[in-house]
Ligand binder design. Structure first.
Ligand code: ADP
Ligand code: MG
Length: 480
């Protein structure tokens, strides 16, 4: 394999990309925690995700011809058999491939698509520079930590204060505090950041404590590999010898029964030995559908801390913090504009800032409101489209001519209860809020009430065509 083909990365030509800025600040060394097998399993996972996302035809044309070459540092190389395939994949699928890979294992930097004329003939993956020493790999089952994710760089706000203080407590404590600490919240709100911060704090201040951090997805991959190698004893030993175990995004193992089973045993063994466990998920334990009941209840045993969506002050604080840390300057007005308009999550907010900075430095245009709204057109539009629970309540109340306050009231008269149920139904459909969150926004109702409303409206929608029409009209009003 000719090393020189590896040096030209496509990603630099594709600025601005929020992903790139992450890897630029990533000063972690070579990625030694991955062996050929893991890389192959990850590649297969990326392939199957792309197959679902792209459909069979596109997949066969563009993804299937690629083969895994190997990894070097934090860069993965995929080989394309022709220039044509290489160029097409770089421009159309490169970022997505990178994204999927980094979701699975955030220690990866970039994915390079390179030309390898042999790839069409020999389809066997050739590992380049990949750590294959199994002994070395055993000691590093966990994932690398992002140096940027520390307590110092975490901006405190109302929405995350419980999670933040719980994280600090666990990081500083000598003994087990809440077991487990379960952090949950929507995507991009700082769960992974806090977990890495805990891990780095402990490694710095209590180096004798063994901390292991990994995603639930990685946990599953490791487990499957151990099964294949008939090596589950060693697998168990690894996890059971740690002082602090952190597993990120546990919702991933919903519906994965045997992984859940293994996780459950690991969990119990560690709790019995009074070791600290820290988990994160995108919803509360009780909302984890596809998770075994006994596991769900275990997850809620310790402290469950939720991170709410950000408010304007927090978003502005995060932006200011980032700008202060960097070398760039940017008008306060533009920061306020971003904080006002990019409300979905912090990851997008940071991505927007990075994009504006990258654009300005590449094109040499000063940063202004006008320039920012131009560069961020797509993001701004996507953020605008989001309807809120309040929008829906207001719109439905207006449509059925009931008072907005009746949406929260306890009155059960049909003329009021039905619109309320319809509003709940639309909230589930049009927002990403969970059932308990929706219930809370309707006068503090229980999630089972919301569930009942959803069922009822769904039933009616099938049998009552005028209701189906109502739903359509309301939706159009909301979007219009
Ligand atoms: P999650 O794991 O909840 O999906 P992450 O922890 O990956 O989200 O956060 C996404 C991005 O937003 C990261 O770059 C993180 O540093 C940043 N971020 C989120 N919340 C905060 C915060 N309160 N202060 C500073 N940065 C934050
Ligand atoms: Mg995360």
């Amino acid at each position: 394999m000719n090393q020189s083909t590896l040096t030209k990365t496509y990603s630099s030509a594709l600025m601005p990309s929020p992903l790139k800025s992450n890897t630029q600040s990533d000063s972690s060394g070579p990625n030694t925690n991955v062996d050929t097998q893991t890389l192959e399993i990850q590649w297969r996972h990326v392939q199957s995700r792309l197959r679902t996302e792209l459909g069979e035809d596109l997949y066969n044309n563009w993804v299937k011809p690629l083969s895994l070459m190997g990894a070097d540092d934090d860069r993965i190389s995929l080989a394309a058999p022709t220039r044509f395939v290489r160029d097409h994949v770089r421009t159309h699928h490169g970022l997505r491939i990178e994204e999927i890979w980094r979701e699975m294992d955030s220690s990866w930097g970039s994915v390079d698509i390179v030309l390898n004329l042999d790839a069409s003939i020999s389809n066997a993956p050739q590992a380049v520079n990949v750590q294959t020493d199994r002994a070395a790999e055993q000691s590093t089952l966990g994932s690398a930590l992002e140096p940027r994710f520390t307590f110092e760089s975490f901006v405190l706000g109302k929405s995350n204060e419980l999670a933040y203080h719980a994280a600090i407590r666990v990081a500083e404590a000598d003994s087990v505090q809440f077991n487990p600490l379960y952090l949950y919240g929507g995507v991009g709100l700082g769960k992974t950041h806090l977990m890495h911060a805990i891990a780095q704090h402990i490694r710095l201040n209590r180096p004798e404590r063994k901390v292991m951090y990994l995603s639930a997805e990685k946990f599953m991959f490791q487990f499957i590999r151990a099964l294949r190698y008939k090596d589950t004893m060693a697998f168990k030993e690894q996890f059971r010898s740690v002082d602090v175990l952190m597993i990120d995004d546990v919702q991933f193992i919903s519906g994965k029964d045997s992984t859940q089973e293994e996780f459950f045993h690991t969990f119990n063994a560690l709790v019995d030995q009074k070791r600290q466990i820290i988990l994160s998920g995108d919803r509360s334990p009780s909302d984890l559908e596809g998770m075994e009941e006994r596991l769900r209840s275990r997850l809620g045993w310790g402290l469950v801390a939720d991170i709410h969506p950000t408010d304007y002050e927090l978003r502005l604080g995060i932006l200011q913090n980032k700008v202060e840390q960097g070398r760039d300057s940017i008008p306060e007005k533009v920061l306020e504009f971003l904080a006002e308009r990019i409300t979905s999550n912090v990851r997008e907010l940071e991505g927007a800032l990075n994009r504006v900075l990258a654009y300005s430095s590449l094109v040499g245009r000063p940063i202004s409101m006008e320039m920012a709204s131009e560069v961020l057109q797509d993001l701004l539009r996507a953020n605008d489209r989001k309807v809120t629970i309040d929008d829906i309540k207001r719109c439905v109340a207006e449509y059925y001519n009931v008072k907005m306050t009746e949406m929260d009231s306890a009155r059960r008269a049909r003329a009021i209860a039905r619109p309320r149920q319809i509003a709940m139904y639309m909230c589930k459909q049009l927002t990403s809020r969970s059932l308990p969150e929706i219930g809370r926004k309707f006068g503090g109702r229980d999630h089972t009430t919301v569930m009942h409303a959803l069922k009822k409206v769904e039933e009616l929608r099938q049998t009552d065509s005028s209701l189906a029409e109502d739903l359509d009209l309301i939706k159009r009003k909301l979007n219009g």
